[in-house]
Ligand binder design. Sequence first.
Ligand code: HEC
Length: 168
Amino acid sequence: MAAAVAVLAGAGVKAEAVAGAAQQTMRGVSNPRSARIDYMLKCQGCHRPDGGGDARTTPPMKHEVARFLAVPGGREFLARVPGVATVDLDDARLANLVNWTLYTFDPAHVPVDFRPYTAEEIGRLRRTPLRLERAETRARLVAGFAETGTSEQGPSQASFSQERTRLP
Ligand code: HEC
């Protein structure tokens, strides 16, 4: 446990605050600890420990990722991006991780009536991972954020999309 806490502290995350929130509000997260470890091992290399991403390669999940839940097709998109769909975790563990990701990096945009992803839904969606069409799909969904009325479109999302379109 001490080692795990040290790793979490090193990752720049307030472990205590997250653990507290997890017990109260993270629906669909049966094991926050395993989610955190899976995130560190499988996701944070690109998405960074704080979910802030990288302006050139990886979009920010912080303050943004749950906004996809408010636009048509967004829920499916989150489970079909390659980083999620093709990771070597079983469906139940991946559902746990995706739900945790939403509550951890963007709790403010998780809808009050959010239905957590189940292993079954994740298993179905990940069978058809998005490939090259994903940049376009993502840009379309992000454009829809402005209409959801949750808040205005974040500048980081917009600049990321522009960068992406320049990639080969
Ligand atoms: C190799 C780098 C990489 C890894 C590893 C990775 N991702 Fe991603 N992720 C991306 C990129 C780039 C996007 C933008 C969509 C795309 O092009 O795939 C993305 C998009 C997403 C999205 C959709 C939100 C958005 O803003 O597009 C979610 C959710 C997500 N990733 C979660 C995860 C999780 C959870 C893991 C670990 C299981 C993970 N990712 C691993 C690079 C990565």
